[in-house]
Ligand binder design. Structure first.
Ligand SMILES: [Zn+2]
Ligand SMILES: [Zn+2]
Length: 291
């Protein structure tokens, strides 16, 4: 991980006034299923090293060469490209032209903003779990956070959708690959972002694999970010919702007690509030019936 300052330009030849990348030096777009980042056309050859990646102090050809700072731009682009960000979220950021949250979500926005400005690569960082009903912009915010952490702090990161993750692990397991080998890449990244935590069938295999993943990351002191529809709080002893009352079970009943207690220890929970879209739909239904 790099100690590169968060606000130093990532490449000496970035054009600060570039309208395409807004002076960031990279642009992102969907490439099929995944989002990718590319160097912006405004970024020329490095004026220090001519893109060799190595710099010699001027006037001393025998001095030890050092890595040129221009390498940071390519490195962070590469890290973004390995993060598995979904293509539909290629341009999900916190900027107002990308994210227009309802007023109720502003509180969560400020929590996220504080979280990002307090994040330091030199210390252990708490994780953050964004929870709330569907349609509040949780995944958008999760991706925006991941993107900022990659480009501002140079972290290695991985975005995974919970049910895809479990399916991948299950098929690897069925191919007789060891669980710990399967989990290694997910344990090694600085930031693991899990979308839709708790969504799945709740088999014993799922509980176990999630427990192992969360425990290993916990022991390694690595950060977890996640979204979930399921609220924090005490167990109700039911892992499925009451469809009549439209209540969701708490997260603890979806991920198991052990995992939940580790999450509590290592993560803050941040609720994305907002209008209840189901109530709105129900209200529209009533209107139709009345007509
Ligand atoms: Zn540019
Ligand atoms: Zn250079």
């Amino acid at each position: 991980m790099s100690s590169f300052s968060a606000y130093t330009p990532l490449h000496p030849s970035i054009q600060p006034g570039c309208p395409l990348c807004k002076g960031q030096g990279y642009r992102t777009r969907a490439d099929g299923e995944h989002a990718i980042a590319e160097r912006c056309s405004c970024v020329g050859k490095c004026s220090f090293c001519g893109e060799s990646g190595w710099e010699s102090p001027p006037g001393d050809r025998w001095a030890r060469r050092t890595r040129c700072r221009c390498g940071e731009l390519n490195l962070r682009i590469e890290r973004f490209n390995h993060a598995g960000v979904p293509g539909r979220h290629a341009n999900s950021t916190r900027s107002p032209d990308s994210f227009k949250p309802s007023r109720d979500v502003m509180e969560a926005m400020s929590t996220v903003s504080k979280y990002l400005s307090g994040y330091k690569t030199t210390q252990e960082n708490l994780g953050l779990i964004l929870w709330g009903d569907v349609g509040r912009g949780k995944t958008h915010l999760l991706v925006a956070m991941l993107r900022e952490l990659i480009f501002r702090h140079g972290v290695t990161a991985r975005f995974v959708e919970f049910s895809h993750l479990l399916a991948d692990l299950k098929s690897g397991f069925d191919r007789k690959e060891g669980v710990s080998t399967l989990l290694d890449p997910l344990v090694k990244v600085d930031i693991l972002a899990i979308d839709e935590l708790g969504k799945g069938r709740n088999t014993e295999f799922e509980y176990q694999i999630l427990d192992e993943l969360v425990s290993r990351r916990y022991n390694a002191g690595r950060t977890l970010l996640a979204t979930t529809n399921y609220p924090p709080g005490p167990s109700t002893g039911r892992a499925t919702g009451d469809l009549v009352a439209e209540t969701l079970p708490p997260l603890i009943d979806r991920v198991g007690e052990r995992v939940y207690s580790r999450l509590q220890e290592t993560c803050d929970f941040c609720q994305l509030r907002g209008e209840d879209y189901r109530a709105k739909i129900a209200a529209r239904g009533h209107d139709r019936l009345a007509r």
